[in-house]
Design a protein around this ligand. Structure first.
Ligand SMILES: Cc1cc2nc3c(=O)[nH]c(=O)nc-3n(C[C@H](O)[C@H](O)[C@H](O)COP(=O)(O)OP(=O)(O)OC[C@H]3O[C@@H](n4cnc5c(N)ncnc54)[C@H](O)[C@@H]3O)c2cc1C
Length: 385
């Protein structure tokens, strides 16, 4: 469908698509099999300036918004959701600096991220704090001109590969979540090390690991915003990033549909291509319908975010929830359309199905997205009385 893209938006989409076709497709099965981080591909993405899409020009980026970023993420995910996760997670680490950093922090950290010279990561989750992020235990205690961090962050995308990390830690344990603050950490900071790299079901080209802080001493200038703003910063960051997960889901689902239609047109049983059986054709029709609805929703939400509304948590959650559920259903159906072939690693749809599952889990599970939507509805309807 035509979405009236500007010339620049078309160009971003085409550049990302070309990288997906020429650089990602030939390598995705190998990256998945070897669980290898896609440095060569990320360098191609950097050469195309895509890491800086939403970063303002004065900080070395292209100065576009969420919508253009979504266009790029969608196409990269069409190639491989693991590569797209590594790419998008750098944006997740950049958002809090872009949104809450002071001028010095923005000038120091955003240009290398925008150019893809350094990638970023975002660390909120801990062994005892997943959905209940308010339960974090990592501390950052003020000590003169420094903060001293102690604790462990778990399942952090780009752990060990990224150079720049935004971490949420407690500066005042007594206040619970209201005592949390956000900090910029650099790989190589004394007392900052990495734990084991996880072995995952899918998105295996992306690295997931833990961050360990043992008396990690950082200058007090690394605090983002003010003390106590940590959870606000984390929630705003997730609001901006969640439609990106939706875009990733749309790209992945589209790739699964493309494979399913191609196969259904070629595969003959009972003397005819299986696409001519209504049961198969209807599955493909439902897949296409869901994908187009998800794409239209993601584009609309991203365009809304680009108007700088004060509050958009509900729409960010709706976008992530809907599109990730679509990606899960569509990839399962793609495997079904391919039958036994779909179950074999020689065909890409089994990887797509494994990759899709994480989209319903990370950046807040889909149950948590529903909680967010319901909480906002409750507030909105309460106000109307
Ligand atoms: C591959 C991968 C990459 C990740 N990358 C990052 C990253 O870069 N940075 C980062 O900070 N985190 C990251 N995470 C962590 C991710 O955001 C969490 O896994 C996620 O928020 C869920 O937390 P949990 O896994 O601890 O599940 P839990 O919170 O233990 O939840 C278990 C189940 O209970 C349900 N549940 C929990 N509470 C409620 C409730 N109130 N209402 C209804 N249902 C509920 C959940 O939906 C889920 O089904 C990543 C995780 C994975 C697996």
């Amino acid at each position: 469908m035509l979405y009236s893209l500007t010339e620049e938006q078309e160009m971003i989409k085409e550049v990302a698509r070309r990288i997906a076709e020429e650089k990602i497709l030939p390598k995705r099965a190998e990256l998945d099999e070897k669980e290898e981080f896609p440095w060569d591909i990320l360098k191609e993405i950097a050469r195309a300036d895509l890491f800086g899409i939403f970063i303002p020009e004065e900080y070395g980026g292209l100065g576009f918004g969420s919508f253009e970023n979504a266009l790029a993420v969608e196409q990269i995910a069409w190639g491989c959701a693991g590569v797209a996760t590594a790419f998008a997670a750098s944006g997740l680490g950049a958002y809090p600096i872009f949104l809450f950093g002071n001028e010095e922090q923005k000038h120091t950290y955003l240009p290398p991220i925008a150019k893809g010279e350094k990638i970023a990561a975002f660390g909120l989750t801990e062994p005892n704090a997943g959905s209940d992020a308010g339960g974090i235990q990592t501390t950052a205690m003020k000590d003169g001109e420094y903060y001293v961090l102690n604790g462990t962050k778990q399942w952090i995308t780009n752990a060990g590969e990224a150079d720049i990390y935004v971490i949420i830690a407690l500066t005042d344990k007594k206040k619970g979540p209201r005592g949390a603050s956000a900090f910029i950490l650099e790989k190589g900071d004394p007392g900052f090390s990495f734990g084991k790299k996880e072995k995952k079901m899918g998105i295996r080209a992306s690295t997931t690991g833990s961050l360990i802080f043992e008396d990690c001493r950082i200058p007090k200038e690394r605090l983002l915003g003010k003390e106590g703003m940590g959870f606000f910063i984390a929630l705003k960051t997730l609001d901006y990033a969640r439609p990106g997960v939706g875009a990733l889901a749309v790209g992945l689902a589209q790739a699964a549909l493309d494979e399913a239609v191609k196969f259904a047109r070629q595969r003959k049983q009972f003397g005819q291509p299986i696409i001519s059986f209504q049961a198969v054709g209807h599955m493909l029709a439902d897949m296409a319908t869901q994908i187009e609805a998800a794409r239209a929703l993601i584009y609309a939400v991203c365009k809304y975010i680009d108007t700088n509304p004060k509050e958009f948590a509900k729409y960010a959650a709706i976008a992530k929830l809907f599109a990730s559920d679509v990606a899960m259903r569509v990839t399962i159906d793609a495997v079904q359309v391919l039958g036994g072939h779909g179950y074999m690693r020689d065909y890409p749809v089994e990887k797509m199905m494994r990759d899709a599952k994480i989209l319903q889990i990370y950046e807040g599970t889909n149950q948590i997205q529903r909680n967010v939507i319901a909480q906002v509805l409750n507030k909105e309807y309460g106000r109307k009385k």
